[in-house]
Structure formats: C-alpha cells, structure tokens
Ligand binder design. Structure first.
Ligand code: OSB
Ligand code: MG
Length: 377
C-alpha cells in the first residue's frame, strides 16, 4: 500500500519537431495529384525520461484538405509547442483543453495529441491500444491502389490477392471509372472491391455513380466535395451502393450530421485528420450507435503513423478492413526498427514496449530529416 505513488501526470520537458522526407517506392496517383515522396512533420514529446512520437498527415499543397506542411510547421512552432512545453498534463483530455478552443488545424492538433497519447501510455507502461480500449491483437487490412493504366492495376490486384489482403480499394477519377471497373470485375468477379474518388465528382455525375451499382462495390469513398455532406445524402438516396465519407468527416459532430442526413453508410476514420484519438474514438462511438461500420484510413504514413493507426483499428467497431498495409509496399527503408508487415491480410499490433510499440531508427531518421527544431520552456 505504501508503495503506491499516485500518478502526477506528465511534464512535457522538451519537444522536437522534424520535417522528414521519405522516398516512396513508386509514385502514388489519386484524382487530385501525384505523390513521389512522403514528406511529414514528426513530433517527439519528451518528459518523465520517456519519448512520445507522432507524425502529421498534411501535404505540401492543400490538395486533400486545407492544412499545409509549411502552415502546420509554423502553427506548431509559433503557437502550440510554446504553449505546452514546460506544462504538466494528467491525461490527453487535459491537453486537449488547450488545443480545443483553436479553430480548425485538426491535423496539427492531432500530431500533438497523438504524441502525448504515446508518451502517456508509456508512462502508464501499457500498450496504446489498452488505454484506447482496443479489443484485438491484429487488424484486418486491404490495400489502396493509385491510378495507373488498367493492365497495371489488374496485375497489382493479382499480387494483392496472392498476398491475402482483405479488400482492394481502387482510386478513380472522372473518365477512369466504369471502364476500369468492368475490366476488374471481368477478371476478379468475387473480390471485395471499393473505389475512392477523392472528391472528383459532382451531382452532375449522378448517372456515372448510379452505373457503379452494377459492380458490387462494398462502398464508394468520397465521390463529392471535401466539405460537403448535403449532396452526398442526395447521391446516397439515388444509388444502392453504400457511400463512405473520408475528407468530409473532421469530427464527431460532422459524423452525426452525415448519419442523420443519410449521407453515408460507412465512415473512414483517420486519426491524423480528425484531431487525434479522442475525436477518432467519438466518431467510432457515434457510428456504432447508428449501426454504421468504420474502418481505419491512411495517408501513406511512415512506421510511426502506421503504428498509431494500427492501435486505433483495434477498437470494436473497426469492422471493415483498413488501409494500413505492409510498410514495405511504400518504403524501401522505414524510420523505425520494427517492420510492420501483414500476413494473410492481418497486421499485428506492434508491441515492442509500451505505447505505440515501435522505436525510432535515429541513424536513418537523421539522414531523411530536412529540419530539426527543439523547444524548451
Ligand atoms: O483518400 O484515403 C485517401 C493517400 C493519400 C491521400 C488520401 C488517401 C490516400 C490513400 C492511401 O488512399 C492510404 C494508404 O495506403 O495509406
Ligand atoms: Mg479516401
């Protein structure tokens, strides 16, 4: 009894903000553009002799959502990090009381919140998934295939099927949709298939979206604008295939509005998009209340973001395969020591120690860091 020392919270002694650039094995093409290198802010929060890690998911240009890497680096450097360094927080919820009042910037807030969850679970000496309430030791995953010539996509699907992935998601855009789907279904009539338009369509394209009903898709991801809910509800009423929202869902409130409006029957949760684990969990919970399945999306993350995603996907209502496929599909070399690889479409939860369960490869990290900044009180 006398051994018990009550938890005093964690003082964030220092923060290290890096800008990391990892070459992608192959360029990733979606309707809004092409990515050849994965560039991301990496945050390390240090306190109690421990380190918490997270990576942010915005791009250089505001082509997925509004935030940009340069904007995020400035907001972190000038506003968020000076406010939290030197302070003590008993829980992620307490940290959020500082971040919550600031408008938007959910990706920038997420990297701070997520790094603190890692640090906090390390201080409690438990895996991140335990404090999140996860119920699984591995998670079902599929792959997201970028836009490519149809014959190349068919070859990639064969490989993905052989590797045992649980579903294939095809990136589509206007004019690269029905012909692609016809070719894929001729060769693979029974695979679990979805498409992701990354906002390329509008209400004027309703007949194209209706024609997709023929291809037995598990869902159509984000056909309409990044900030829309209303028009997705119009489309959802006019097609049989389920819609899945990605870009349009930034919060649990967005989710409630979308589900009440009938704008989607599936939700893609990206913890890095929605402001962190607290919001991701709230979205998960409201979807569960509506009987709506969720799955864990990705942003081509390195091993750090990938580990966070895997822990999140252990929650109960992540009942569709996510996008967190093997890291070796994206990178020749990762910035962590552990290799995050799937077997038969199952990604094991990393468990090399408490928290996110992966460790930084500092030698390689240094060679791929473009900038390193440190913050102390
Ligand atoms: O819409 O889910 C998306 C990648 C970059 C930007 C947006 C998206 C994606 C992916 C890839 O689909 C998911 C992954 O493999 O990490
Ligand atoms: Mg998407």
């Amino acid at each position: 009894m006398s051994e018990f020392k009550s938890f005093q919270g964690i003082r964030i002694d220092t923060a290290e903000l890096r800008l990391v650039s990892l070459p992608l094995r192959t360029p990733f093409v979606i309707s809004t553009g092409t990515m050849t290198d994965k560039v991301f802010p990496l945050l390390i929060l240090k306190g109690e002799g421990l380190e918490g890690f997270a990576e942010a998911v915005m791009d250089h240009t505001p082509d997925y959502l509004e935030e940009t890497i340069s904007g995020a680096m400035a907001f972190l450097r000038e506003v968020i990090l000076p406010t939290i360094v030197g302070k003590r927080f008993r829980s992620p919820a307490e940290l959020l009381t500082i971040l919550d009042p600031w408008r938007g910037h959910r990706m920038s807030k997420a990297v701070v919140e997520m790094a603190f969850w890692d640090l906090w679970s390390k201080a409690l000496n438990v895996p991140l998934k335990s404090v999140l309430g996860g119920v699984r030791d591995n998670v079902e995953v599929g792959v997201s295939l970028g836009i490519a010539p149809i014959d190349e996509t068919l070859d990639q699907i064969s490989e993905v099927q052989e590797a045992g992935y649980k579903r294939t998601k095809l990136k589509i855009k206007k004019g690269h949709d029905l012909i692609l789907l016809k070719a894929v279904r001729e060769r693979f009539p029974d695979i679990k298939l979805t498409v992701d338009a990354n906002t390329d369509y509008g209400l004027v394209d309703l007949s194209t979206l209706q024609a997709m009903d023929e291809f037995a898709l598990d869902y159509i991801e984000q056909p309409l604008a990044f900030d829309d809910i209303h028009d997705h509800a119009i489309v959802q009423k006019a097609i049989r295939t389920a819609l899945c929202l990605d870009e349009s869902i930034r919060s649990a409130v967005d989710t409630r509005k979308a589900l009440v409006a009938g704008a989607a029957r599936v939700i893609n949760i990206k913890v890095g998009r929605v402001g962190g684990f607290a919001e991701a969990r709230a979205i998960h919970d409201i979807c569960e209340a509506f009987g709506v399945p969720v799955w864990c999306g990705g942003m081509l993350e390195s091993g750090i973001g990938r580990a966070h995603n895997i822990h999140l996907a252990t929650l109960r209502n992540f009942s569709k395969p996510g996008d967190t496929s093997s890291a070796s599909r994206y990178f020749k070399r990762d910035i962590i020591h552990e290799s995050l690889e799937t077997a038969n479409g199952l990604m094991p939860v990393p468990n090399n120690g408490a928290g996110i369960g992966v460790t930084l490869d500092h030698d390689y990290l240094n060679t791929v860091s473009r900038q390193v900044e440190t913050f102390s009180p």
